[in-house]
Write a protein that binds this ligand. Structure first.
Ligand code: NAG
Ligand code: NAG
Ligand code: NAG
Ligand code: NAG
Length: 489
């Protein structure tokens, strides 16, 4: 974890705070199995368990149906039959074995946000030869402004393309297609999980009100007070409201009904309302489609998926005594709004990243020229063309005159005209007079110059600045005092 000043954002409008740094959240060590995070609020979706900070401990493989940063993203391609099943089998080592020109992937319909491809590790360059198209059945769907892509490994690439309308198919083409091994389609993260909530009332003592957002629902066909919610039957109106800590973007909601087939109809006519940070209603959905009624899982698309919301409410007006609000889980799938990062969307992407665009982890997608490191906060000052490698800060086009080493941090101070050779670490025109005698080597000049530049110049510049400032002030005062007298004379 990075050691740095960590500022929590109270409201997302305080974007301009300087000196922000990403993620050094305290993770707890006493969470129940398969939960992690500062409040044990994140569910582990690794195949073989998570570390305290959510990394997959043994093999780095996510549980089927999840992928991406800490395996938190739902995969919309996973639950459907695909023409190329190798691409969704959760194995990066099983790849396409014929040579198709293109591959069409089905996805659970909805607005598109991103997908991830993994190619054969031995043919990593293929990942850059892949292009894509989105379809809503047979109609082409275009990306909103601001599409981008990045690699997290040489052979793993993410493509971001937000759409306002629904997508059913992702079609991949290009010369890289024959080397594809895995394709995941981003279905967001459940941001309601372990969220804060309010509710109207409860049916009986023993109802665990947190059961609506605890990530658990019964699998044995029986309503369970510990995992499900049911409101008080004597009230005509009932609700369950989830409040996010920061505004988030939600693409769709899943409402998991109580499990007994006979009681599924009790959710008929429920309403789902999304609310923004000004307490304005963004979307009001009313369940009134007979074909949709009695579902075990209701999926409600969020039609305002580009606007951050702060809460949502499931509510119901009772039609008869039995059908007050009752369900076993509400889930809200989406992601952080622009520039916010982290699993809880509470951190700000460093403003040193190009377009202030980060991965969920807080790593910059790309650094501005002259910067390097995970968060682009390190500067490669003395590189020619200010172009350096992302990880180490090695200068790509060599050093500015007077510097050497991979990262051009060593000044060749002792060389004649400060001309030195970056590779052989020698002075091109020999050493300055007087230095040769005591042994002019790159090492000698390195220590000489670094000492001077890092410490002594600092101690010289500051007092010098103060002296000048004081002198200027005195001069000003002097002038003010004297000028009227001068005028009189
Ligand atoms: C349900 O509501 C009735 C009437 O308001 C109240 O008397 C009762 O105590 C409530 N039950 C629970 C479990 O809160
Ligand atoms: C938000 O609006 C609802 C009515 O639409 C109101 O009952 C509630 O008190 C408001 N909440 C806040 C925090 O203003
Ligand atoms: C930096 O170097 C890389 C690799 O040679 C090159 O692709 C890129 O265009 C260079 N960027 C600039 C700003 O010169
Ligand atoms: C520059 O590179 C040298 C050796 O390659 C290394 O010792 C030094 O720590 C690097 N400096 C920075 C600021 O990365």
């Amino acid at each position: 974890m990075v050691q740095c000043l960590h500022i929590r954002i109270a409201t997302w409008k305080v974007w301009f705070l300087p000196f922000l740094c990403v993620s050094s959240t305290d993770f707890r060590s006493d969470c129940p199995t398969n939960w992690f995070g500062p409040n044990c609020q994140f569910k582990c979706h690794c195949n073989n368990g998570c570390s305290l900070t959510g990394e997959c401990t043994t093999d780095g493989v996510c549980e089927g149906g999840y992928f991406g940063y800490l395996c938190q993203y739902r995969d919309l391609a996973k639950e459907l039959d695909q023409t190329a099943p190798e691409l969704t089998d959760n194995e990066d080592t099983t790849c396409l074995n014929d040579n198709p020109q293109s591959v069409s992937m089905q996805m659970l319909p909805g607005p598109f946000s991103f997908f991830r491809v993994v190619v054969n590790k031995a043919r990593a360059e293929a990942v850059d030869l892949i292009t894509f198209e989105l379809l809503n059945f047979n109609t082409k769907v275009t990306c909103e402004d601001g599409s981008y892509s990045y690699k997290t490994e040489l052979f793993i690439k993410y493509f971001y393309c937000m759409t306002a309308t629904s997508v059913t198919h992702l079609v991949l083409s290009g010369n890289g297609v024959p080397y594809l091994c895995t394709v995941n389609i981003g279905g967001g993260r459940n941001l309601a999980l372990k969220g804060a909530f309010k509710y109207s009332s409860i049916f009986e003592e023993g109802i665990n009100v947190a059961g609506g957002v605890d990530g658990e629902y019964p699998r044995n066909g029986i309503f369970e007070n510990s995992m499900c919610f049911q409101a008080n039957m004597s009230q005509e109106y009932s609700f369950y409201q989830v409040n996010f800590q920061v505004p988030v973007l939600i693409d769709y909601f899943l409402l998991i009904n109580r499990p007994e087939p006979l009681f599924l109809m009790r959710m008929k006519n429920f309403e789902l309302i999304s609310i923004d940070d000004m307490n304005q209603t963004l979307m009001r959905f009313v369940e009134d489609d007979p074909a949709f009624s009695n579902s075990i899982v209701y999926k409600v698309a969020h039609t305002s998926n580009q606007i951050p919301l702060l809460s949502f409410r499931v509510q119901k007006h009772r039609l008869n005594l039995m059908d007050v609000l009752q369900f076993c889980e509400v889930e809200a799938y989406g992601d952080c709004p622009e520039v916010m990062v982290g699993l809880d969307c509470a951190d700000l992407c460093n403003f040193k990243c190009v377009d202030q665009r980060c991965e969920t982890s807080g790593r910059c997608v790309q650094c501005h020229a002259g910067f390097y490191g995970e968060h682009c906060d390190l500067e490669c000052l003395h590189c020619a063309s200010r172009n350096c490698t992302r990880r180490e800060g090695y200068c790509i086009d060599g050093c500015l005159q007077g510097y050497l080493d991979n990262n051009c941090t060593t000044a060749c101070y002792h060389c004649m005209e400060e001309l030195c050779d970056q590779r052989s670490l020698t002075c091109r025109r020999g050493c300055k007079e007087g230095v040769a005698a005591i042994g002019c080597t790159a090492a000698a000049s390195m220590s000489a110059k670094t000492d001077e530049s890092s410490s002594s110049s600092f101690y010289i510049v500051i007092p010098l600045f103060l002296i000048i400032a004081v002198a200027a002030l005195l001069a000003l005062l002097w002038k003010k005092k004297t000028s009227p007298i001068t005028a009189l004379e």
